[in-house]
Ligand binder design. Structure first.
Ligand code: FPP
Length: 221
């Protein structure tokens, strides 16, 4: 969800205002995901690298996230949305973790769209924690005979499918340490639109483009 800072700067506003407007885009896209019957909507809300931002911005982002979760809970219940948070949760504050645990518990039995919030997440971190977990749980022999599908269950995304489509806003053309393993066959969609301007019509455009893609997974037709 890139481009919040630039959206704010272009209007002479603080970066935080861009994140607040970005939260409105989250709301709109979540509503649209439900409307379209998408099974999963994943958001890269905060990367491991984002911890290096000024403390004030990090705190404002965490506040915004907690507020969003609290405010959106009734809507999540109404629309049967299940919310899960994935990432290096040990780096998050107790209050953020408590808010996440609460929304996850309250929405756990919902069966509609799953909203996956990636927080304090990075692809390299995920792969490394999976390696450590595998090494602590498997015998040396089991480790040596690991196949990709066996390894995947140690990633934090073990319970969710790999993403079909990855949308990156604001004209940046990189993956920025997102789902490095899981994105092996993901379709990428890049748009110059800044995240706060990314609403239903822009989402639909991305879905239309995805529908035109020919996914061969390395095979021939
Ligand atoms: C990247 O834009 C955006 C972020 C690091 C934060 C994204 C967070 C939100 C949209 C807040 C709400 C989230 C949820 C899940 C409710 P940037 O700051 O890097 O923008 P720039 O590249 O223009 O500086």
């Amino acid at each position: 969800m890139d481009g919040n800072g630039r959206w704010a700067k272009a209007r002479g506003l603080e970066r935080v205002s861009g994140h607040a407007e970005g939260a409105e885009s989250v709301r709109a896209c979540l509503e649209y995901a439900v409307e379209k019957g998408l099974k999963y909507l994943s958001l890269y809300a905060f990367s491991e690298e984002n911890w290096n931002r000024p403390t004030q911005e990090v705190e404002a982002l965490m506040e915004l996230l907690m507020r969003y979760i609290e405010q959106e809970l009734p809507l999540m219940m109404k629309h049967n949305i299940r919310c899960i948070a994935l990432g290096n949760r040990s780096r998050l504050s107790d209050s953020v973790n408590a808010a996440l645990d609460s929304v996850m518990a309250k929405t756990a039995a919902n069966t509609g769209t799953t909203l996956v919030v990636f927080l304090s997440y990075s692809g390299k971190w995920d792969i490394l924690q999976a390696v450590k977990k595998a090494a602590s749980q498997l015998t040396p022999q089991e480790l040596l005979s690991l196949e990709p599908q066996d390894f995947e269950r140690f990633l934090v995304t073990a319970d969710i499918p790999d993403p079909d489509l990855l949308i990156r806003t604001s004209g940046e053309l990189r993956i920025s340490n997102f789902l490095l393993w899981q994105g092996a066959y993901t379709e990428f969609y890049f748009t110059d639109t800044l995240w706060p301007d990314f609403r239903k019509p822009q989402f639909q455009e991305a879905l239309d483009e995805y529908a035109r893609r020919d996914r061969r997974y390395g095979k021939v037709k």
